[in-house]
Design a protein around this ligand. Structure first.
Ligand SMILES: *Cc1c(COP(=O)(O)O)cnc(C)c1O
Length: 354
């Protein structure tokens, strides 16, 4: 039985992408070769990479605006350091909204001063701090748009006179915002774009080249820009599967269409959490993520029953992260509304058993 996959990442991708991705392992576009055996310098792959880079910018509405899209490796976790290495001369300003932000702050501190503008660590990151201003005497402002673990999401980004760097790993391509507000966006592919193994970095070229330190070749964004994201062997298969997902997104109406779907799913999920007396939402209401809904069951004696019902219904990946506990329903782009509907029905049914 095909499961309903609420996993936080790696996570569900469109079913048709799985089909096409598996075909390409045997025979890429009737070339007689597998995607896994072709040269990364072959025309077939260069075309794939160029299309993926172009489509990422097109979907974000950033083409012809001085941005470059790169497919790198090392995950979003390497970007914590790499973004600071390329941007931090003296001081970076950070918003601390969760474990991923805290990790980004730790890496930046290896390179210079860090000004933490606000933190929600006092309440186990269940809200987004709002009472802060981005100073103009810092090199850049860094934030995490969606806090995958805690289920919070920045809805309004602050005014900033300095370049903005954003970890968008878990909500990129999910909502229609003005992406030109950001100067560097990075995202591990494995949450809304593709399989693990590639990291998308979208960077505005004119913010680079301003730090005085000597950058290691592989950690310099300009190396990868100059070589069209092929300085070394790119993660060929992860790029290909990301391209399939980006094509799927475009064919289905792009970001604004998927945003509508994502809002429907989130509305259904959160109204159940709010109405059903057995469950409590974790995140502050105004900061709730449309991607990851975190909640707890307030009758521990029903835990076993609930989890058996989930298992019987083929629901996968609902366990919360260890730092929050409870449950987390991750509702990324490819998760059908039907899966959320089913989960909500099970929660309703549990209420009748209580
Ligand atoms: C998953 C995640 C990361 C870590 O990504 P890796 O690719 O595993 O390094 C960083 N930031 C956010 C917001 C995430 O959701």
């Amino acid at each position: 039985m095909k499961k309903h996959n609420f996993s936080a990442g790696p996570c569900i991708l469109p079913q048709e992408v799985f089909g096409k991705a598996s075909e390409a392992v045997l025979d890429l576009d009737r070339s007689g070769l597998s995607i896994l055996e072709i040269s990364h310098r072959s025309k077939a792959f260069v075309d794939i990479l160029e299309e993926a880079r172009g489509l990422a910018l097109e979907l974000l509405n950033l083409q012809d605006k001085g941005y470059q899209a790169l497919f790198l490796q090392g995950g979003a976790s390497l970007q914590f350091y790499m973004s600071a290495l390329n941007m931090l001369e003296k001081k970076g300003a950070y918003l601390d909204t969760g474990s991923w932000s805290a990790k980004a702050i730790k890496e930046a501190r290896l390179l210079g001063e860090v000004d933490v503008l606000g933190s929600s660590s006092d309440k186990n990151y269940n809200y987004i701090p709002k009472d802060y201003k981005v100073p103009s005497d810092v090199d850049y402002f860094h934030c995490t748009s969606n806090n995958t673990i805690f289920g919070t999401q920045i809805k309004d980004f602050p005014k900033s006179d300095v370049p903005v760097v954003c970890d968008m790993s878990s909500d990129i391509f999910s909502r229609d915002i003005d992406f030109s507000y950001f100067d560097i966006i990075y995202a591990g592919a494995q949450k809304n774009m593709g399989p693990a193994g590639a990291t998308l970095v979208v960077v505005k070229e004119d913010v680079l080249g301003k730090v005085s330190r000597k950058l290691p070749t592989m950690l310099d964004y300009q190396t990868h820009i100059k070589k069209d994201s092929s300085f070394n062997t790119p993660p060929v298969y992860a790029v290909y599967v990301s391209l399939l997902t980006l094509r799927w997104l475009k064919e289905n109406g792009g970001i604004s269409a998927i945003q509508e779907q994502n809002e429907k799913k989130a509305k259904l999920m959160y109204s159940e959490i709010d109405i059903n007396p057995l469950f409590d939402g974790f995140a502050a209401k105004e900061d709730r993520s449309t991607m990851n809904a975190t909640f707890t069951l307030n009758k521990p004696e029903l835990k076993e029953t609930f989890e058996q019902m989930l298992a019987d219904a083929g629901i996968n990946g609902l366990n919360g992260h260890r730092s929050v506990g409870g449950y987390r329903a991750s509702m990324y782009n490819a998760l059908p509304l039907d899966s959320v509907q089913l989960l909500v029905e099970i929660m309703d049914e549990l209420e009748t058993k209580a």
